[in-house]
Design a protein around this ligand. Structure first.
Ligand SMILES: OC[C@H]1O[C@H](O[C@H]2O[C@H](CO)[C@@H](O)[C@H](O)[C@H]2O)[C@H](O)[C@@H](O)[C@@H]1O
Length: 584
């Protein structure tokens, strides 16, 4: 199954991927970053999956989300009739549920299901027993129940059923997870939950303030971003998966089920720009808890509840998506120094205030501490926003974002009457600006460069006009944009840095696709330059890369004409929202 063949369903605490063939191949419970119950995405069916569809197992004839929701409807036309499967995860009460309603649309269709629960990332084959017609799977700390309208028979470490669905019939299957030491959870009503889930999403979408071009794509991206938020804490994960490869068959496989300050602040910006202030408030509260403590202990990512230890481990029993090994959980980048995050946090908090988020004394005192840190460390080399695994460098983008941190601090004082050493911040802001223009700019080629003294380009330099570091008509900005368009395009999409030099640039073997966020940044820059037609064309080409449900992975690989990397990815959906706005 290609990455674009998957749909996302979720309950804002975790999410599942449902294949075009009706198989749930990825589901971690109870949280995004918990061990999985179904992990065939990263291995084989033996690592857990739940298939449900017409006997014979074919791709759905059509599928869609119910308008303005995360409720998936897959339909199969068969020689004997049409059947629909409605998949969703209801808003959580106590335990997480996955609901699958099989609906006869016309005629009579033979439908089958195969359930293989495997806890702990495909490793634990649970003990399964039938009680009062229900199935219970238990393994270690995990337990799952399947409430099924038809009996399932066991064999070969799987449970199966085949049955007929006639026009007008609706057969609900409910899969519920709970800790194995607790007793059986109360059974939910699938139809009531369908109604509630539909209302939740449509009501949320009705608050969207965006009314410009490409609204449908924007709304789908916003729903996807909302689905990546962890409702109990306000944290936001970068993607719903781990280890979907950036290089098919390669080693660039990372766990994105955590809350990056960078990705989360960008997500908050996109939500705020579309009228969603509550999410910004929740995220600020999450941030204050997560980073509480000494500024030097700030991490660039945390668990969804603010956990700090996210050790990177390799799961050697999983073969990886299309043999892309290793499968990793945890993320070693947690230890890195990435100076850009200070600018992203300060920028996002500033934007939220300008859009109506109320003042918070604790927030300002933490912001001041972060600024003290920036003042002391801005001139150090770091790993940068791409989280390179090679040696630290003076990345130009990191320095630009340090300038953003100082600039937004000054604006906070000027616009919101905050107190702080504003004269010092102004002076340092100018010092940082001057150094970047001196050391991060190559006058011979008339372009900013990836890092001080390097000749490489980097797509993050497209952010220079977007964050207000220099105006769009500055000749150095024009030169940088032109150089990126000349040297960093692959099939018209933007690479984050030259892939040929990938080994040198990021310390990793292999190549990768075009990083989708960077192409959306180019759309915004083109729009700012008044190149509306080119911007619109590139935007439409990017929209065409989304799958049939409007979802994007982290990258698109022109070599294979496929989406690659974790999926769906906030970092791709965020700039889609901004680029659509730029075109309006
Ligand atoms: O390129 C190597 C790095 O790749 C991952 O980082 C990328 O994903 C992050 C989450 O979306 C994003 O914030 C970052 O900008 C991307 O480069 C991975 O998480 C790193 O461990 C890895 O070193």
């Amino acid at each position: 199954m290609r990455i674009e063949d998957y749909a996302l369903i979720g309950d804002m605490q975790s999410a599942a991927l449902v294949g075009r063939d009706g198989s749930i191949d990825w589901l971690c419970l109870p949280r995004f970053d918990s061990p999985s119950c179904f992990a065939s995405l990263l291995g084989s069916e033996r690592n857990g999956h739940w298939w449900l569809g017409p006997t014979g197992r074919k791709h759905a004839t059509r599928r869609r989300y119910r308008p303005d929701t995360l409720i998936l409807e897959s339909e199969w036309d068969t020689p004997t009739g049409t059947v629909r499967v409605i998949d969703f995860m209801p808003p959580r009460d106590v335990n997480p549920d996955v609901v699958r309603i099989v609906e006869g649309v016309s005629g009579s269709v033979e439908v089958s299901t195969v359930l293989r629960v495997r806890f702990d990332y495909g490793r634990i084959v649970p003990w399964v027993r039938r009680t009062d017609g229900h199935l219970q799977a238990v393994g270690g700390p995990d337990s799952a129940w399947l409430h099924s309208p038809v009996p399932l028979k066991g064999g070969d470490y799987a449970h199966r059923a085949t049955f007929h669905v006639k026009e007008g019939e609706r057969l609900p299957f409910v899969f519920t997870w709970h800790p194995s030491h607790q007793s059986m959870p109360a059974e939910i009503s699938a139809e009531e939950q369908l109604h509630e889930t539909e209302s939740l999403w449509t009501e949320w979408v009705s608050q969207c303030s965006y009314d410009g071009p490409h609204r449908e794509a924007v709304v789908r991206s916003l729903i996807t971003l909302k689905a990546l938020t962890y409702a109990p804490t306000g944290g936001i994960v970068a993607a719903a998966t781990t280890s979907l490869p950036e290089d098919l068959g390669g080693v660039r496989n990372w766990d994105y089920r955590y809350c990056w300050l960078r990705d989360a602040t960008m997500t908050v910006d996109a939500l705020i720009s579309s009228g969603y202030i509550d999410e910004a408030a929740d995220w600020r509260a999450w941030l204050l808890r997560a980073i509480a403590g000494r500024p030097q202990d700030l991490q660039i990512m945390y668990g969804v509840a603010g956990e700090r230890r996210l050790p990177e481990l390799e799961l050697d029993w999983l073969d990886g998506y299309e043999d892309s090994r290793p499968v990793r959980i945890g993320n070693g980048a947690v230890e890195q120094l990435q100076l850009d995050v200070y600018g992203e946090v300060m920028g996002s908090l500033y934007t939220a205030r300008t859009k109506g988020l109320g003042a918070d004394e604790r927030a300002w005192s933490i912001q001041r501490e972060l600024l003290d840190y920036v003042a002391e460390h801005w001139d150090e080399p770091d790993e940068g926003l791409w989280e390179v695994r090679g040696p630290r460098r003076h990345f130009t983008h990191s320095k630009v974002m340090c300038w953003v941190a100082l600039d937004r601090a000054v604006r906070y004082v000027e616009e919101f009457g905050r107190t702080g050493p504003v004269a010092k911040w102004r002076e340092l802001r100018d010092t940082v600006h001057a150094e970047i223009c001196d050391k991060g700019y190559d006058p011979v080629r008339n372009t900013f460069t990836q890092s001080y003294g390097s000749t490489e380009l980097d797509a993050s330099l497209l952010l220079i006009p977007l964050v207000g570091f220099l105006p769009i008509d500055d000749p150095r900005v024009a030169g940088t944009v032109a150089a990126i368009e000349k040297e960093l395009l692959s099939d018209g999409f933007v690479l984050r840095y030259p892939v040929a030099e990938a080994n040198d640039v990021d310390g990793l073997p292999g190549a990768e696709g075009a990083f989708l966020a960077c192409s959306f940044w180019l759309v915004e820059v083109m729009a700012m330059q008044g190149r509306k037609k080119e911007a619109e064309e590139l935007f439409c080409r990017l929209l065409a890369l989304r799958n049939d449900l409007g979802l994007l992975a982290e990258e698109y690989d022109p070599r294979y004409e496929r989406l690659v990397g974790n999926f769906p990815q906030a970092f791709s959906h965020v700039p889609l929202v901004h680029a659509a706005r730029a075109l309006s």
